[in-house]
Design a protein around this ligand. Structure first.
Ligand SMILES: [Zn+2]
Length: 421
């Protein structure tokens, strides 16, 4: 492809509107990566014109819970991987994610500020990122992958390797938590991520038992808030989820055992839910196949998680929803749009899914003034679909995504559109 023009106009596209439906056909005029005008018969000077008739245009997808630096479940492989290969495979994962149509990722542990900034500087291709760097966890909590043999303190399965300058992530008590939050912010993180319950893919904890006391969680949230950083909490359910909501976190991650009463309180507090159905579904499969540790497999199968139940409860009570895949293997990266299909299959309408995946993600990430809409003044992060999005599972079929733009530059471009250049 020759250098892509800085001014283009997409002619006659069906454009996602505020209701989650499609309006048009409209022209979308893009100059220097930003949207200059949207409407019928837009005059666009000598901008290059692309025929988008019979194509459906939506803002770029937000994956609000991803782990682009994670590639394998094998602790042996992770321990044998040099940091350089880890970082470079992360770059590949980032590219695959963007090419899938995800233009914005909230990385919920693993990726560091350097990875985020390398993409922003254009060293490597990938989505715009916000990062939490690490998952702050109590001793024996979801983020503590302690290896009893050598006595190593690691992230679970060494999914997130240690490196110089990595903030501490296994801490206990209010003073250590305060210090940990400060270290994470010093590392350049955009978010603080806490594990306030146990999880599934970890050995020492239980998803319905609280990790950290309420006082510890409140201390972390207060310290983050003082520095203007939002907090996301890994929480499946039970009292640890209650603690997170009471302490004022901005989002609950997973929430697989969310009750009606908890959903009511989240809606009242304006607390978001990121249900991560892809991960839950894959985790269940891994447990059935026995590819996780025996403790993890037994735990996952015993809990009998009902996939999508939390989404239905959240919808009923008006909890704001964003989408997140929670991908942790190289086989998963790039299939991110499947989360949209799973959200639809869990009971959301197509309109609700498309808004959660775009405008919703932008609101959760605090960037809704520049991202998440096809409107003048917004960054042209966008996905062009070859067909009308009805059954969202079709988005995974080859050719379903005709183009992906990030800040006006194509990451994917169907030959049909390329011909105009
Ligand atoms: Zn996660």
């Amino acid at each position: 492809m020759t250098r892509f023009p800085s001014a283009i106009v997409l002619r006659n596209a069906n454009v996602l509107d505020e209701s989650g439906g499609f309006s048009g056909p409209f022209d979308v005029y893009v100059v220097d990566g930003g949207i200059a005008a949207v409407g019928p018969n837009v005059s666009a000077g000598d901008a290059v014109s692309l025929d988008a008739s019979d194509l459906w245009l939506l803002p770029g997808i937000f994956d609000c819970h991803d782990h682009i630096s994670m590639s394998t479940l094998s602790i042996a492989e992770s321990l044998a991987t040099p940091l350089s290969r880890w970082a470079l495979e992360t770059a590949q994962n980032a590219r695959l994610t963007l090419e899938a149509g995800v233009t914005f990722v909230r990385d919920m542990a693993g990726a560091d500020a350097g990875m985020r900034d390398s993409i922003a500087r254009g060293y490597v291709t990938g989505p715009t990122m916000q990062v939490s760097t690490v998952l702050i966890s109590q001793t024996g909590g979801h983020g503590d992958g302690f290896l009893a043999g050598p006595g190593f303190e690691l992230s679970p399965a060494y999914l997130m390797p240690n490196y110089p300058g990595k903030p501490r992530f296994v801490v206990d008590g209010v003073e250590e938590l305060r210090k940990a939050v400060r270290e994470v912010i010093r590392s350049g993180a955009d978010w603080i991520k806490l594990a306030t319950t146990g999880g599934l893919v970890s050995d020492h904890d239980n998803p319905l038992v609280a990790d950290f006391t309420l006082e510890e969680v409140q201390t972390a949230v207060a310290e983050a808030t003082r520095k203007g950083k939002p907090v996301a909490s890994h929480a499946y359910g039970g009292p640890g989820l209650d603690n997170a909501v009471a302490a004022g976190v901005r989002s609950i991650e997973h929430g697989g055992f969310l009750t009606e009463e908890q959903a009511q309180r989240m809606a009242k507090a304006g607390c978001w839910l990121v249900p991560t159905l892809s991960a839950m579904r894959d985790t269940l499969r891994w447990a059935q196949q026995g590819v996780l540790t025996p403790v993890q497999c037994r735990k996952i199968l015993d809990f009998g998680l009902e996939l999508g139940g939390a989404v239905r409860v959240a919808k009923e009570y008006g909890v704001p929803l964003a989408i997140g895949t929670d991908y942790i293997t190289r086989e998963q990266h790039g299939s991110n749009l499947e989360e949209l299909a799973l959200m639809q299959e869990a009971g959301l309408s197509v309109e609700e899914v498309l808004l959660a995946a775009t405008k919703g993600g932008a609101e959760l990430c605090g960037v809704a003034d520049r991202y998440g809409r096809i409107a003048p003044g917004y960054v042209f992060d966008a996905v062009l679909l070859a067909g009308e999005p009805g059954k969202l599972r079709r988005l995974l079929e080859p050719g379903a995504v005709a183009a992906v733009f990030k800040a006006g530059q194509p990451a994917v471009l169907d030959p049909r559109l390329e011909d105009a250049l």
